[in-house]
Design a protein around this ligand. Structure first.
Ligand SMILES: Cc1cc2nc3c(=O)[nH]c(=O)nc-3n(C[C@H](O)[C@H](O)[C@H](O)COP(=O)(O)O)c2cc1C
Length: 232
């Protein structure tokens, strides 16, 4: 069921055409960029998503990936490092995630993978709808990064609602102008997230530390004292 439609207007603004939308159905989306540099095209996508917030969709940006320590099970204890706790709380509070990632050496950047590793044990991604975008110089690129990201997201039980490369040409980057196709791509991601039903399971504690066996699905809400053995 689609309860609203998004269409880009010539002014690059997005119109939300309400089909049916209960007033209390505003979706909270958390947006992450896997790129740290100040002129990042992927961070620009995330800021664009935030600018499209309205009465139906609220987009907050989590921009502290560079403050996360390198994941180490030995420091994955309570209390969690502050940035880790903030990331976990922000994802827990969100109805869905928008992740924009560049491709580095046919992968997602290490800083993004590191962030996802911090969520394995605490389980915030389980059942969470996620839209994946990759801003790349052409539409043919970015696919390796998206696939790698999707594999990690699936392993943590999240639900992919959309995946797309957004072509941001070097000329477009230099001009600083946002193409209508870029707005449409971000709007489509928000629309997919807004119309996706969250599994609403909440975080399941330490799914990967569930004692005996490695499982792609959390089987317990109990915290276990030791790291499970990956058997598959
Ligand atoms: C270290 C490094 C590795 C890269 N590796 C790839 C790659 O494997 N495939 C690709 O298509 N682009 C690659 N790129 C290009 C970036 O993915 C591309 O420019 C992207 O749009 C950068 O996004 P950003 O501006 O958000 O950082 C690489 C760039 C860097 C800096």
């Amino acid at each position: 069921m689609s309860w609203f439609r998004l269409t880009a207007r010539p002014t690059w603004r997005v119109r939300h055409s309400v089909v049916s939308n209960p007033a209390d159905m505003r979706r909270n989306i958390l947006a992450l960029s896997g790129s740290l540099h100040s002129s990042s095209a992927n961070s620009a996508l995330v800021r664009l998503a935030s600018s499209l917030s309205d009465a139906l969709v609220s987009v907050d940006i989590f921009d502290k990936l560079n403050q996360l320590p390198y994941f180490n099970p030995e420091i994955d204890v309570e209390p969690a490092p502050q940035a880790v706790a903030e990331l976990r709380a922000a994802i827990q509070a969100a109805d869905g995630l928008l992740i924009a990632t560049p491709e580095y050496a046919h992968e997602m950047p290490g800083v993004l993978k590191n962030a996802l590793d911090w969520l394995v044990g605490s389980g915030e991604l389980y059942g969470k709808p996620v839209a994946v975008l990759s801003a790349a110089p052409s539409a043919e690129r970015g696919e390796y990064a998206r696939r790698a990201l999707q594999q990690t997201l699936a392993a943590q039980g999240s639900r992919l609602v959309l995946s797309a490369t957004v072509a941001v040409t070097p000329a477009a980057r230099r001009s600083g102008e946002t193409a209508p196709e870029t707005v449409q791509a971000v709007a489509a991601a928000l629309s997919a997230l807004a119309t996706s039903e969250s599994a609403a399971l909440g975080p399941l504690a330490r799914p990967w530390l569930s004692c005996d066996s490695w499982s792609p699905r959390p089987t317990t809400t109990q915290r276990c004292g030791s790291i499970g053995t990956r058997s598959a």
